[in-house]
Design a protein. Sequence first.
Lengths: 515, 395
Amino acid sequence: MSPVQRVLVIGELGRQYAMAHRQDAPLLAIPLQADDGGGQRAVEFLRPADTAAVEVLALPTLTRIASGLAQTWAGTAMAAALRALLPGGDTARLGPLMLLRLHDGGQRDGGQRDGGQRDGVQRDGGQRLVELMMCSRLRAAGALFTRAARFTADPSASLDVLMGQAWRLAKSLQDNILSENEVCTHFESGTEIETKIALGGDTSPWSLATLLSEAVGGAELPGLIPDVGNEMQRWQTRQHSYEVLAPAAEAGYVAFIASAAGRYSFKQKRFATEGLRRPESFRLDLPIDEGHFDRYLEKEFPHLETRRLPSHTRAKFDVNVESAGTGHFFGIEIDEVTVVGSGEVMRQVEIEYHRSWIHDGLSPDTIEPELERITGLILAFLHRRGVAAQRTYYSKLSFLRDTLDPPSATGRIAIMDVDPTTAAAARGLDRPLVYVIMPGTPLEHLSARHTNIYSVDFTSPGFPGFVDRVLRPLAPQAIVAGSIRSARAAALASAQLGLRPPDTATMAIVNGAAS
Amino acid sequence: MLILNQMPFRWMYHEDRCLLPIDRVDPVLITRFHNVGEHDPSLFQHTMVCDFADEAQVLAVARWAIETHGIRRIIGLEERVVLTAAALRTEYGLPGLGHAEALVFRDKVAMKRAVAAAGVRVPAYVAVDSIEDLRRVDWSRGRAVVKGRFGAGSEDVFFVDSLAAAEVIWRQRRPGPGEYEVEEFIDGTMYHCDAVLDGGQVLFAQVCEYLLRPGDFAPGATGGSLTIHSGPVRTAILALNELVLRTLGMQSGATHLEVFHNTAGELVFCEVACRPGGAGLDRIYECGFGVNTLAAALHLESGQGYRVPHCADDPTRPVVGIVAFFPDPAAGPAGIAPERFAELGIVEHKSNKWAGVVDGNPRHGGDYRDRYIVVAESDAAYRERFARIEKEYWR
């Protein structure tokens, strides 16, 4: 993939916002270091260091003003080095307006590795794709740009000519880009869309949160940028839950979440089986006395048949990220749930879709693939650090329910996409095993007495049928992914059979061998 | 195509040649835990390894495979999976032997009842469902055979001379109702007749004489058989074979029939299987007649047809047979040096490292340590070679 040339444009804010401006104010084109990752971007984030200038050109003459500046824009103000080069009164009127991303050739695969979208532009005829990114957020940490439009241009066209095309499209999506409260939308409102990773052992959620936060946008979490100004959030809640047993259409749970003012938020989540999407609704700021939850339910929800579950606390640390390629916003939420009284603990990572930047090319179709990509990255991140982790859809409802029914330590374990190393390690579990492998996988080093092996494409739509008809009668206690590529299928199969995540020892053995 | 297999994975191969019409079928293989080490994932991409002792498990995965992979044919050639395969064919309306037809090839009581009804002499027999039934058998007629109705490979066959001996067997085995029979012991020579049929027509049939009756396998014994190319016994056995197969409704596939030629000169039916003869018999016919009965069965049950060479019926062809040695835990090293093969007429040798795997003793009538395919110009020459090979093997 060819590097993407980037040009930052700084000029008077009146060119972007509806306010008076001077026609003779400086307009600067600043070629930046090329984006070696290539691919298209829904949003792009420039930290101060990212605004280092190869050169600074004055438009429209393209006269070089300077070259080799370490910074040109420093968060919320112009960098001192650039300011020193400009006539005194002009600099305060200027701000980052746009960023042009220029794609030349070799773009056929369109940045799929880091969540970028395919551009679909044929450049065999020599056309150049230009992404017009308009500045949509400024924070001390840096400047965010949202793609307002894309156009093609002759690769020999000068920067001045490109700017002419860019200005004609610069007003695209301006109602969304110019106001902070309009920049995002939320698809599938009222439905939680999230994946989960169960954590084994005594993994510290805070430790993981800080490690993940540092890794955002790096080699291990490519294609992500921090939620500028809100990179990390910390939460603690106390929740009193009831399982909804009937009617079937409302199966799931209801919960009362305490707030600092002594009032409660009421949450209802409906799901008969665990999965990626679960409808949820809230009532906020309810004046309920602790101990009167039953009365509230009887009055407000007389049709629900419920049973009380143990109360719990939840400490949660969110690493908030934006997907540069798709413009969707996700929370990487690491939490520790502790049952009040028994002290039983569940730790997990949830990756939840929250909202999307309104931009040229916005599509809800990319939410799920990007969520899957990020989940895979985080799973690999955890495995590399030796954290016992398994992808699941295992809910807090199931956890609370299961605290009333402790697991057996001798049940059958199904391992997906097992390889000889993992198989050898798994024999140490001293439990009956089932292996699910992709068709064509050699059996030579997998076969063992009393170990069932099934060749089945676990990525196919027919896999749930296999789970129901072949795995279910074997009554596995847990289904474990032996690889990143099988993690989703293992999680779905576990949810389908209503299984809890594997115990820490199993996770550690399988993860350790697989990674 | 679905293959139910309880044999070692390589049973579908001769050396490196897969006997299935693998270029024309997309197999789903359900096999047992053991001996999948030589599994070829490029030819058998969809392979399920499971516990055949748990029939519900096998059926669950088979039904899933049939419905998911659009299975049109089911192969179940090993004796213990014949009925399972047949039941699935019936359930899904697939071609081949259905459950009712297969049952008469598996249940030795139902088999003899049907064959006797066609006028064929069978040993006197009685189903025994309890020790009381066993006591009601007329033990005054001398030696008898206590036999599992669904046994295979002479694994579940016991020769007894008295009720007391039969009761010992009964108490050891503790069979349930429907599992055992007692039949008349037939003295004399045993023959087998192996055939290939398509559309109810016998394409190939050949008669062989057993040099050791299958039930007589023992540590250190020598087994084997040889082709019989002429004579009234051969002619009568071929006719009996056709009658039995027609009576039992066999349409396509390979069969293996066993028959006694008793001391009174009568043919007495023993049993028949709706699968090719095992323990290397397919090699006799391939070496002698260019017909591989196992390949024929695999092709026919796959729905791909099978072409028998024109020369298969040529009576002037050399006599071919098998000389096979059962393991003996008390014996020292044994074998025939390869440089002796040509002089002894040995054209193939196969050793079986799993023979006598439990305690050194043979477990069934095909549990050979070494087997040799031998050719000779005549019946007499073959028997002479048999004796020389036997002598040299143990030397």
